[in-house]
Write a protein that binds this ligand. Sequence first.
Ligand SMILES: [Ca+2]
Length: 177
Amino acid sequence: MRYAIGILASIVALVASAGEAGATHWQSVAAGCVLDPVYASKAEVSPLYGWISFKAGQTGTIKFVCPVTAWTERPPWGDANPNTFSITYVDPDGAGAGYGVSTNVLANRSDGDGWTNVAGIASNSYPHTSKALVSVGFSHAWDEYARYYWVTVEMYRGSTAANVYVSGVQIWSDQIP
Ligand SMILES: [Ca+2]
């Protein structure tokens, strides 16, 4: 038993040191987001894997929205301001324009007008043709009282020869204060 606990502790330490030091403040699998009804009939949602893709024979555009829930309870490791946005996706032609995923973190003032694009990622700017996790840094003073936050995702499939997948999105901090 002691031996098993020792191995487990070693594995935990390895995972902690191998990953980027940071704290996820919010995340959603694609399947947990809200499909724009205009495009919903094209979408296949996987409850098992959490991704959204195109149904067999469907091409064109799918859009969905992921509401960002407030992280009112700060993690025990500090009060880091989120500064990194990530998406996990498959764009089968990488930088080519035949398939694509674009996503933005948006904010709107809760007391009126004032719209902000906090961060964005376009898969056609990256070479990955298989499942990829792409992150971008940004600078934004998060205020979950003064603003509503959400993530928009648009998927494009130009041909049924291959398919596009979005697994999920994350907002996190790459620093532990
Ligand atoms: Ca592409």
